[in-house]
Design a protein around this ligand. Structure first.
Ligand code: 3HC
Ligand code: NAI
Length: 692
């Protein structure tokens, strides 16, 4: 059973029971309809309460069922809500913890709603690229008013029940046991007739046309490539302009269209991808974790400071260790400045500011950090320095402490072997700025213990990061792939593009920044340093020399006032540079290349398919657990456009045979060896399969 039926005195109680969040899947809907029928056929029953078992009233329609025949199989959510709304006995929703999407739509079909304080109320469908499709856009404006309902539907943001207590959405908002309160309420209203129905409420908003037009303009400007937000406005508009049943029909049509869009599929993929990333097949969910009550960070530089802020933001005390007082003071001052800026912008209260700043302390002594539950090293990217630090940590840290490295390129297994406890060592690769970026690559060493992995995965949630596990390899998942993308970007310059043309092509696809603007922001010298190492370690790999020539001109990017683009003092806007463009043209001539006009399609394909091909190797080698993990890395760490679902999902959408065909075409050009399809990609394409 996925809904239970009980009679309590003369009140029937239907309890949705479909863990974890009582998603309204087919079986649950069917069981709830049966419960309604039983209650309606039982003369002893005078009223019906609908509630949810466990940790939710209901999280809404079962998203896992979307695009499967079960989603529309009868009884549909509409049918269930109709049965509830047409009941001749009063139906009361007893709402607790989570009441979202279809769950809220079901509640709005009831005659009365009793909620416990703190319940999260939302119509979050827009975040999945759809709109509320079971009457939400028609009923919510009737209980909350046009403006509040539209804001909730277009933003999808949850609101705590007590903040809605003064509206018609709830009849009571209670402390304590909501079922008890709902039963008492049901007893009171059992004989009240006529039964109130949300559909009968009139929306009173005289100047609705002007407001709706204003909303359309605002929403259009912020919706980007997503069609759903504007459709939400249209559906809500129908609540004012159409009769109730026509509005429901119109909402349904929009919903059915949106479910089929790639944008919605991509958002649903990201929803499940984020949750899947925290699971490892060989680390069971009940793996015990180590308590993390205190953190130490080694190094108060760019990364150390940002890393420390994450923990302070989550209420966990952090000590930062530096070699010299001066570096420590500088690092702590930067952190303080960051918090002050947030305070000035009004995004932090004074109380929270004091609390967070107070949780971060500095030290020069390893002995003082010895009792920390986890220590994260963020010192210079140099194996010799890492060796010194890890040997010292091994000497001083208490037994059971987790020893983590923020290295972006070095071998975590080697680092682990500097200690006598390699099972406690793990990579935690934060992305810059570490207090802002969502991604945390969790690098699993050969000997990393399972409870260490489980602890760090849990910790990443606590600090609101998307933790994705990567095996050990050069660059881990993200940077190993980006190297192939950067190589193609460089080759495109040699063959005929300008940096601006390349950037614009991928920015048009939805990237926040193209590779050259990104290089200027991050600092072109970082890649230069890495390439110099690679020229020695892997001489067989070819790179375009344009980026080296750029660095030889001292054009490291925004920090030096010049990079691929020119910059004006105090202005981050990138201006095309004639010096750079001349340098590129000269370089092509030196290589004997006749420059040609390159289409945006070729630019996008070469950059993205280079990522995809490397990702296929990463997947096949087991460096990534699943394709969606790779997508999560790119969506949360590299600005890959969300509406495409990440590189692997994008490749699936394009069709893997098409990806391979394009690669075969590019294999005939310069550096054709880069385009040999990875065996996994070739195999899936041949079998007509997808990555995800
Ligand atoms: N359907 C199916 N599974 C769902 C689900 C849903 N609506 N909502 C959550 N889940 C699953 C998650 O996939 C996850 O599964 P897992 O344990 O196998 O990974 C599990 O429930 C727990 O989810 P979270 O880790 O997110 O748990 P939290 O406690 O942090 O959050 C939540 C719970 C607030 C309900 C959050 O999961 C959430 O926001 N869910 C999405 C809610 C939503 O978008 N509802 C609208 C659905 S569409 C709809 O109703 C259409 C209708 O208008 C016709
Ligand atoms: P940074 O140069 O800004 O900071 C390093 C800090 O470590 C300095 O303050 C230095 O004084 C301190 N330090 C050096 N040796 C030390 C020691 N033995 N004990 C204590 N402190 C010591 O470097 P950044 O950029 O913060 O990088 C740190 C680590 O994070 C590196 O491993 C880097 O590869 C990695 N990383 C950097 C990213 C970035 O964008 N900067 C992104 C992701 C990872």
């Amino acid at each position: 059973m996925s809904a239970e039926y009980q009679v309590n005195g003369n009140i029937a109680v239907i309890t949705l029971n479909n863990p974890p969040v009582n998603g309204l899947g087919h079986a649950t809907r069917a069981a709830a309809v049966n419960g309604m029928k039983q209650a309606l056929n039982d003369d002893a029953v005078k009223a019906i309460v609908i509630t949810g078992a466990g940790k939710a009233f209901s999280g809404g329609a079962d998203i896992k069922e979307f695009n499967s025949p079960k989603a529309s199989a009868e009884p549909s959510l509409h049918t269930l809500i109709n049965v509830v709304e047409n009941s001749d006995k009063p139906v009361i929703a007893a709402i607790h913890t989570v009441c979202m999407g279809g769950g809220l739509e079901l509640a709005l079909g009831c005659n009365y709603r009793v909620a416990s304080k703190g319940a999260q109320i939302a119509l979050p469908e827009v975040k999945l690229g759809i709109l509320p499709g079971a009457g939400g856009t028609q009923r919510l404006p009737r209980v909350l008013g046009l403006e509040m309902a539209l804001n909730m539907i277009v933003s999808g943001t949850p609101i705590p029940s007590e903040k809605l207590a003064k509206t018609a959405i709830f009849n009571e908002v209670v402390d304590g046991d909501v079922l008890e309160a709902a039963l008492a309420f049901a007893a009171k209203v059992a004989d009240v007739r006529p039964l109130p129905k949300v559909r009968d409420i009139k929306i009173d908003y005289p100047n609705y046309e002007a407001y709706l037009q204003f909303s359309r303009n605002t929403v259009r400007a912020m919706a980007g490539p997503f069609p759903a937000p504007l459709k939400c406005v249209e559906a809500v508009a129908a609540a004012v302009t159409k009769k109730f049943d026509d509005g429901i029909k119109f909402e349904r049509e929009l919903f059915v269209d949106l479910v089929q869009t790639t944008e919605s599929k991509a958002l649903r993929h990201a929803f499940f991808g984020e949750r899947a990333a925290s699971k490892l097949p060989d680390v069971p969910e009940d793996t015990p974790t180590r308590p993390i009550r205190s953190v130490a960070v080694i190094g108060a530089g760019t990364m150390g400071g940002g890393i420390a802020m994450n923990f302070a933001n989550a209420g966990i005390p952090v000590q930062i260790l530096e070699m010299k007082q001066e570096a420590l003071d500088k690092g702590l001052a930067t952190i303080r400045k960051n918090y002050e800026n947030t305070l000035k912008k009004g995004k932090l209260t004074q109380e929270k500011f004091d609390q967070r700043v107070g949780l971060i302390t500095g030290t020069l002594s390893y002995e003082e950090i010895a009792q920390a539950d986890i220590v994260i090293e963020a010192v210079f990217e140099d194996m010799g320095v890492k060796e010194q630090v890890f040997k010292k940590l091994d000497e001083v840290m208490k037994q059971g402490a987790i020893l983590a490295s923020n290295t972006s390129t070095l071998d975590v297994d080697k680092i682990a072997d500097f200690t006598r406890r390699p099972e406690d060592v793990i990579g935690t690769h934060f992305f810059s700025p570490a207090n802002v970026m969502k991604l945390l690559e969790i690098v699993r060493g050969k000997k990393t213990a399972k409870d260490v992995l489980a602890t760090v995965l849990g910790l990443s949630k606590k600090i609101k990061k998307t933790g994705v596990v990567s095996g050990v390899c050069d660059g881990f998942i993200g940077n190993r792939m980006i190297e192939q993308y950067s190589r193609q970007a460089g080759f495109l310059l040699e063959e005929g593009c300008t940096p601006e043309q390349v950037d614009k092509a991928v920015e048009k696809m939805g990237f926040a920044m193209g590779p050259f603007r990104m290089g200027d922001l991050a600092g072109n010298d970082i890649g230069w340093y890495i390439r110099k190492r690679r020229y020695v370690e892997k001489p067989q790999i070819t790179y375009s020399k344009t980026a080296d020539l750029l660095c030889e001109l001292g054009r490291f990017g925004q920090k030096t006032g010049a990079g691929w683009y020119d910059y004006k003092p105090g202005d981050r806007k990138a201006y095309p540079s004639s010096i750079v463009n001349d340098m590129i043209i000269q370089h092509s001539a030196d290589l004997g290349i006749t420059r040609r006009k390159i289409s945006d399609q070729e630019i996008v394909e070469r950059l993205i398919f280079a990522l995809v091909n490397e990702a296929a190797y990463i997947l096949e080698e087991g460096i990534a657990t699943r394709a969606s993990d790779i997508d999560m890395v790119y969506l949360t760490g590299y600005g890959f456009p969300l509406h495409t679902g990440g590189p692997m999902f994008y490749a699936d959408t394009v069709g893997l045979p098409n990806v391979v065909m394009a690669m075969e075409k590019y294999a005939k050009g310069r550096h054709g060896d880069a385009w040999k399809p990875a065996p996994l990609l070739a195999k899936l394409a041949a079998e007509g399969k997808t990555f995800n």
